[in-house]
Design a protein around this ligand. Structure first.
Ligand SMILES: C[S@@+](CC[C@H](N)C(=O)[O-])C[C@H]1O[C@@H](n2cnc3c(N)ncnc32)[C@H](O)[C@@H]1O
Length: 302
């Protein structure tokens, strides 16, 4: 192992305090492979020296701190990941939300931990394909991630051929993307639906509009139980009455939150906020500008 136990513990502590991601000593291979390029980039000789440099400047806003935090995030994602959640979105979550919001004709959907944006654009394509009646609604699709570079990628909506080959049906490629050199660019009518911002789920949350549907997938797995519970508490307050939640395939609310009912949809399931947990909808503004509140700007990594 390239790091001595004291340096490993220091690094693990730093990563936990800045991202909530837990690094156990058996993750030494991960640390090595993720941080070697960072060491090269900042011009130090190996990861022990990198940790030495971090010790001298450990603010989460320092360049070195941000590079280390970003490098330790796992950004694996693909279009229509796991397929079933998007069937649930199409057959149950969107029809229900449309019914609930038929008075004010607004919908807020959040991809929390959006990575490079495939999840957000999969949601946007589901809406465009199957819900033409929403074209004259105010539909806002929020996409957040702790990683600044992932948020920038989400905003840009440019994907490599390899990324396109992972999960995107050819019919949707033709309809919603244009070729740009060797890459594919999402068409503006989809990019303009997505509002991407940096946000640390384990930090202080900015003022958020009340969400009707939350995708919180494949991110809780990186956190300890206390962090999962704290995040889920905040998810509860961010949801509108009757709001729904999708987690990743290996994630559950069991032992984490008792505020949701696990309900079936086709051969899959989703989580619905219990009546008893919901705040009155008037307790939060609907439709505030995301990413522009002072809280948002001071609490993100950007
Ligand atoms: C494995 S990806 C999941 C992407 C997408 N939700 C999916 O299921 O395909 C996990 C994402 O969580 C983000 N992440 C890790 N810690 C985070 C935190 N504390 N706050 C917000 N995002 C975080 C990472 O940057 C990464 O992009």
């Amino acid at each position: 192992m390239a790091l001595n136990p004291a340096d490993f513990a220091y690094l693990a502590n730093y990563v936990k305090s800045s991202t909530a991601i837990i690094l156990t000593p058996d993750k030494d291979y991960l640390v090595e492979s993720r941080l070697a390029p960072v060491a090269r980039r900042v011009g130090v000789n190996g990861i022990a020296e990198l940790v030495g440099a971090l010790r001298k400047n450990s603010s989460p806003h320092s360049e070195i701190g941000q590079l280390i935090s970003e490098a330790m995030t796992t950004n694996e994602t693909y279009f229509f990941r796991d397929v079933k959640p998007f069937d649930v979105l199409k057959t149950t979550l969107l029809p229900e939300a449309i019914e609930r919001r038929s008075q004010d004709r607004t919908l807020n959907i959040w991809s929390a931990a959006c990575s490079s944006g495939q999840e957000s654009y999969s949601i946007a394509m589901t809406i465009k394909e199957h819900f033409p009646q929403l074209s004259n609604w105010r539909v806002r699709l929020f996409a957040t991630d702790i990683s600044k570079s992932m948020v920038e990628r989400t905003r840009e909506g440019i994907f490599s051929q390899i990324e396109i080959n992972r999960g995107l049906p050819a019919t949707m490629l033709v309809k919603y993307f244009t070729k740009s050199g060797s890459e594919w660019r999402v068409k503006p009518d989809l990019t303009k639906m997505v509002e991407a911002s940096t946000m640390n789920l384990a930090g202080q949350w900015p003022l958020l509009p009340r969400m009707d549907i939350v995708f919180l997938r494949n991110v809780l797995i990186y956190f300890d139980l206390d962090t999962k519970r704290a995040i889920m508490k905040k998810v509860v307050t961010s949801l509108s009455k009757g709001g729904t939640l999708l987690l990743g395939g290996s994630e559950t609310t069991m032992n984490v939150s008792s505020d949701f009912d696990r309900l079936p949809s086709g051969d899959s399931f989703y989580y619905k906020l219990k009546e008893s947990a919901a705040l009155p909808n008037s307790a939060h503004a609907r439709g505030v500008r995301f990413g522009t509140s002072p809280a948002m700007t001071s609490q993100t990594l950007s």
